[in-house]
Each structure stands twice: as structure tokens, then as C-alpha cells.
Design a protein around this ligand. Structure first.
Ligand code: GSH
Length: 241
């Protein structure tokens, strides 16, 4: 059994193949591990609280515990000598970082808003994101977690906008992603890279989950993005295609 343990939040089964995990950051790490072919144990955690930063994902390896998907990926690249980005130019690496920030520091928060603040999604959230917490604890924890996430949304700034403003912001980001992807097949042309994993982890967490979101239609408005999502899934998660 591999000594690398990767902890992620629960997955979701869905009409569209479902997802290993409902957390984009955890899905990014899972995709990277598959892409790099690094043997590991994938462990579902009910909450992010046991992680070293109280966020998911985290890993345990040779007595070390490490949090943050990007720091973990950087560590694994050097520890295992496997880099799916080895073929990229410096300019592509720079663009990759900019795309990752768009995904993780901006568009992610529009997804968080849809999941945690839209009333129609509240029962779905309790059954998925919080779904593996024992029911009595979940009932007590859910409203506390919701207050905490709303505070995070305000602190970030996304939560201060009206729903219509959030939609405008999200549409701009999704349009930018479609424009950068262009004809593909991958974000940087002929070879898949960790930028594809970063973008997939969020867009799949909008498209392949039971939450309602105006972003579903925004993504569907770009057939190239939809084709790319399915291409990524066929390549990295063929069992779910
Ligand atoms: N920068 C971190 C972000 C991780 C993160 O925000 N994870 C979310 C789940 S998608 C989490 O654990 N949130 C719990 C919280 O903030 O209390 C990474 O890349 O791993």
C-alpha cells in the first residue's frame, strides 16, 4: 500500500458520472495525482478540520502532513520527479498561474455563493458537501458552517455583490477561459497540463454536480468548453465518462 495518503472531501454521484470530490481544490490534487501517475491512497474526510490548515485537501507522507493543493503539487513534483508541465514554456507557465488565480481566487467564490447562499441548493449541500458527517452532528454544524462561509464570502468581497453582479463577474471569467482555450485540445495546445486540471476541477464542480447554478448555462454557451470538459474526463477519469 502506498505511503502517500491524500485526504479529500466527499464525492458525489450524478447522472453525469459524478465526481471524486465536491471540493475543486481536492479534485485538482486528485487529477494531478492521476495525471502524474503517482501511487497514493485516496481517503475521504467528512470535514476539512483535521487538515493542517483546516482546509481540504491535505496529504500525509513519510510522517509529514502538508496542506494547500498548490503547495502539495509543488512538493509532489519535486519528491516524485514527475512534472506534467515539463513541456511548457516560461510564458505558458506564467499564463497558467494567471488562469489558476482566476479560477481559485475569483470564480471559485461565485461557485461558493451558488452552493451556500441559494436557498434551493441548501438541502443539496447538506447531503453532499456535509453528507458524510453523522446526521445529529450535521444538523447542529450546518447552520454554523453556513454562517462561517457567508463571512468568508463577505471577507473576500464576492459576497458583497448582488446575485446579478456575481453572474456578470462569472460570465466574464468563463468567457475568458473559453477564449484562452480557443481550439484546444488543451489549454496549452497539444499536451494536457496542470492548468487543465485546475480549470477542470472548478468547471466540473459546476457542471457535474446536482447544485443549480446560472454558471451551468454560461459554460454551455461555449461548446468548446463543454467538449474540453468531456475530453478531460475521458483522459483522466475514463471510468466516469
Ligand atoms: N488554497 C487552498 C484552498 C483550500 C480550500 O479552500 N478548501 C475548501 C474546500 S473546497 C475548504 O476546506 N474550506 C473550508 C473552510 O474554509 O473552512 C488549496 O489550494 O488547497
Amino acid at each position: 500500500m502506498s505511503e502517500l495518503k491524500a485526504y479529500h472531501l466527499p464525492g458525489v454521484s450524478g447522472t453525469d458520472g459524478g465526481l471524486v470530490t465536491v471540493s475543486p481544490f481536492c479534485l485538482k490534487l486528485d487529477s494531478f495525482l492521476r495525471m502524474a501517475g503517482i501511487e497514493h491512497q485516496s481517503i475521504t474526510a467528512s470535514t476539512p478540520f483535521p487538515g493542517p490548515k483546516k482546509k481540504a485537501p491535505w496529504i500525509e507522507y513519510q510522517g509529514r502532513t502538508l496542506g494547500d493543493s498548490t503547495l502539495i503539487i509543488d512538493f509532489l513534483k519535486s519528491e516524485f520527479g514527475k512534472d506534467p508541465d515539463a513541456h511548457l514554456t516560461d510564458a505558458q507557465r506564467g499564463t497558467g498561474i494567471a488562469i489558476q488565480r482566476l479560477i481559485e481566487e475569483n470564480l471559485y467564490w461565485a461557485m461558493v455563493y451558488d452552493r451556500w447562499c441559494r436557498e434551493e441548493n441548501w438541502p443539496i449541500l447538506k447531503g453532499t458537501v456535509l453528507g458524510s458527517i453523522p446526521a445529529p452532528i450535521r444538523m447542529a454544524l450546518a447552520p454554523i458552517a453556513r454562517r462561517g462561509v457567508k463571512k468568508q464570502l463577505s471577507g473576500h468581497g464576492m459576497g458583497l455583490h448582488s446575485p446579478a453582479e456575481i453572474e456578470t463577474i462569472a460570465a466574464k471569467d468563463i468567457g475568458a477561459l473559453a477564449a484562452i482555450l480557443s481550439g484546444g485540445p488543451w489549454f496549452f495546445g497539444a499536451s494536457i497540463s496542470s492548468t487543465d486540471a485546475a480549470v477542470y476541477s472548478l468547471l466540473a464542480n459546476i457542471m457535474f454536480v446536482p447544485f443549480s447554478s446560472p454558471m451551468k448555462a454560461m459554460i454551455e454557451a461555449h461548446p468548446t468548453l463543454i467538449e474540453w470538459l468531456h475530453r478531460f474526463r475521458r483522459e483522466i477519469y475514463p471510468e466516469r465518462s
